[in-house]
Design a protein around this ligand. Structure first.
Ligand code: ATP
Ligand code: MG
Length: 345
């Protein structure tokens, strides 16, 4: 499944972010801006899965919400199938909403507790299709079975289900219209491993059958490794590294990616020892996105930062094997680099 970091260049990019910026103003317009997403650019092709990883508060959910239009965009652009989605109105807006579906971290908050599953899961069909009540119900029943619930559950209310079951309900609702882009924000985190595997199998089927593009936000890096084609690593609103999953996991370039991967237990004792020797775990707290220091966003916690890291945002450096990393210490032009140095930090 994994390909060089460029299949999107041949396949048509389905969803594309160009220097996306999202700001919040927690203290009003006159107070400082909290930049939750800062110049994030990415491309996801048809049938491709991009995982987005990064610690809590790095802006993953905010980026997803900007794509589905539930937080305002302060700068940059979001494109769907080559068209900017800003300024879409009427029928085109409705079609875009249909094409991009999202499963949230907390599915219960997006469900009306007074509605039965038949209405909750069938709602997108009511809005976007011409199916009658009976046809909608049979479609809902089919989808409930696909996600591992039963057709009879269509008559029940959300409170009658566990957290994991509600997540399956949210997934059924998100995929009932067979969207072209599915965004999953920690959608599997609350599920047991068996259910996770069932849902992943459902996603694989959708991906292959419908060429659905997925943005898969996840904490569980082992799931990311096996399920995604490419990965984007976020830190304090910025995408600091991206690339094909195998390249990023086997040869991470950005110090933050290295530290993030170091926090995952590895079964191999020698590699575990090597990692401990590298000592690239992340120390300290994520800085506040309100007070932005100059230079690289990771510099205050970076174990290998140098003076020049304060000078400005490091540019994306293309990495052998695919993708890029935004770090001054990556690539042939890094300060103080020597020919015999192989570029490892
Ligand atoms: N509605 C909001 N108003 C103000 N600030 C917000 C709002 N939503 C998010 N933020 C801030 O934006 C930043 C990014 O938050 P976001 O929820 O996108 O992070 P995340 O990467 O999804 O984290 P997690 O892994 O915990 O879900 C955080 O500093 C957060 O406090
Ligand atoms: Mg989140």
């Amino acid at each position: 499944m994994t390909q060089p970091d460029g299949p999107h260049k041949e396949r048509s990019p389905l969803i594309e972010l160009r220097k996306l910026r999202v700001e919040f103003h927690p203290h009003g317009r006159s107070g400082g801006a909290l930049v939750a997403v800062n110049e994030a650019s990415l491309v996801v092709a048809e049938g491709e899965t991009l995982a987005v990883v990064g610690e809590s508060g790095s802006g993953k959910s905010t980026m997803a919400r900007a794509i589905v239009g539930t937080v305002p965009v302060a700068g940059g652009e979001i494109r769907l199938a080559g068209r900017s989605i800003a300024g879409l109105k009427g029928r085109q807006l409705l079609e875009m909403r249909r094409a991009i579906q999202m499963v949230f971290q907390d599915p219960y908050s997006s469900m009306d507790p007074t509605m039965r599953l038949a209405e909750i899961v069938g709602e997108p069909l009511r809005v976007h299709s011409r199916l009658g009540r009976k046809q909608r119900l049979s479609e809902v029943e089919r989808l409930l079975e696909v996600v591992g619930l039963s057709a009879a559950d269509a008559r029940k209310y959300p409170y009658e289900f566990s957290g994991g079951q509600r997540q399956r309900i949210a997934i059924a609702r998100a995929v009932i219209l067979e969207p072209s882009v599915l965004i999953c924000d920690e959608a599997l985190s609350a599920l047991d491993v068996t259910t996770q595997n069932q849902i992943l199998a459902l996603f694989v089927d959708l991906r292959e059958r419908l060429k659905i593009a997925m943005i898969f936000i996840a904490h569980d890096l082992s799931v990311v490794r096996h399920f995604a084609d490419r990965v984007a690593v976020m830190y304090l609103g910025r995408i600091v590294e991206h690339g094909p999953v195998e390249r990023v996991f086997n040869a991470p370039m950005h110090p933050y990616t290295k530290a993030l991967l170091n926090s995952v237990p590895v079964p191999h004792p020698t590699r575990q020892r090597e990692r401990r020797q590298m000592r690239t775990t992340i120390e300290g707290e994520l800085p506040s996105p309100m007070d932005r220091a100059s230079g690289c966003v990771f510099r205050s916690r970076c174990p290998v930062a140098i003076e020049q890291c304060a000078d400005g945002s490091p540019p994306d450096v293309t990495v052998e094997g695919g993708g890029a990393a935004a770090c001054l210490l990556v690539g042939p032009h890094r300060p103080g680099s020597r020919a015999e140095d192989d570029g490892e930090l």
